[in-house]
Design a protein around this ligand. Structure first.
Ligand SMILES: [Zn+2]
Length: 293
């Protein structure tokens, strides 16, 4: 069975005019007061997390705007059309008027999430947009601005929605000129959650099971000769990551090489368990190995 192919777009380039926050009123993370954040800095990691999530769920993907330069719109939709992608998903963040939203502003603080489709969108695009929008609103618990057409949103046709041959959507996951939203959007956890929500919506659209990211499995009991294969395999894989110069086969059987590697790991930690390789020592080893990535 051939897989579905998803075209992923992360819009704009670092130097695209506009498409950035107003100057920061205070330092955030490692960004200085007075600097700006470009929309690409929000969009790009989110699109990359989305590609990871989609691949995990069994989709093929094509990134139509890799890198940080502004890929011409025509190139993006042509790439998707030529590849015969099944759907096109563009990840963006919104902006109202490029000045920080202010609660006293009569126009109100811009906030919330919307998903955009072409004015001439097919029913399939609408369905995809509604499914993704619902997941994004649920995940971020933000104002639901709904599914809108490009003309309703900005008064212009959006090329990547209009000239793509497949169902196409563009998500706006918050406002760059809303202080609170801009700050949370910079958080990798937010970007990741956004990507997973988008992936869940896409899975629903295709009727494909969503596969969540695997939590790190950590054996609860100390591992020794009597442990189950799965736990011993876990130990052997972690030891190979920790002891780069001493690689052992992943057999699921606690053998001499596993024992040596384990002692090397303890030695490198400066632990001297000697004859006290008891429950506490072994549990400490597991806890320490669990942190090895
Ligand atoms: Zn944008």
């Amino acid at each position: 069975m051939s897989k579905y192919l998803i075209a992923v777009d992360s819009g704009h380039g670092m130097e695209t005019a506009g498409k950035r926050t107003p100057p920061l009123p205070e330092p955030w993370f490692n960004i200085k007061k007075g600097d700006v954040i470009h929309e690409k800095e929000f969009n790009k990691p989110t699109a990359e997390y989305l590609i990871d999530a989609l691949n995990r769920c069994g989709f093929d993907t094509i990134n139509v705007s890799p890198g940080t330069t502004d890929i011409p719109l025509k190139d993006r939709y042509t790439t998707a059309n030529n590849a015969k992608a099944d759907i096109f998903v563009s990840k963006h963040y919104n902006a109202k008027d490029g000045v920080w939203g202010n609660p006293d502003d009569k126009k109100g603080v811009p906030n919330g999430i919307e998903t955009i489709i072409s004015q001439n969108a097919s029913d399939k695009s609408k369905k995809l947009a509604e499914l993704v929008q619902a997941e994004l609103v649920k995940t971020h618990n933000r104002k639901d601005r709904g599914v809108k057409t490009d003309i309703q949103q900005s008064g212009i046709n959006i090329a990547v929605l209009r000239y793509t041959n497949m169902p196409a959507i563009l998500t706006e996951s918050g406002f760059m000129d809303n202080l609170y939203e801009a700050r949370t959007m910079l958080d990798p956890e937010f970007q990741k959650a956004d990507a997973e929500a988008t992936c869940r919506g896409i899975c629903k659209y295709f009727g494909v099971a969503y596969i969540p990211e695997k939590e790190d499995y950590i054996p609860t009991a100390p591992i020794d000769q009597k442990s189950i294969n799965k736990d011993i395999k876990w130990l052997q894989e972690k030891l190979n990551k920790a002891n780069k110069d001493y690689q052992i086969p992943i057999t699921g059987v606690f053998d001499q090489k596993t024992r040596i590697s384990l002692l090397m790991f303890a030695d490198n930690k400066g632990w001297n368990w000697d004859n006290t390789w008891g429950f506490t020592a072994r549990q400490a080893t597991i806890n320490s190995l669990a942190k090895v990535k």
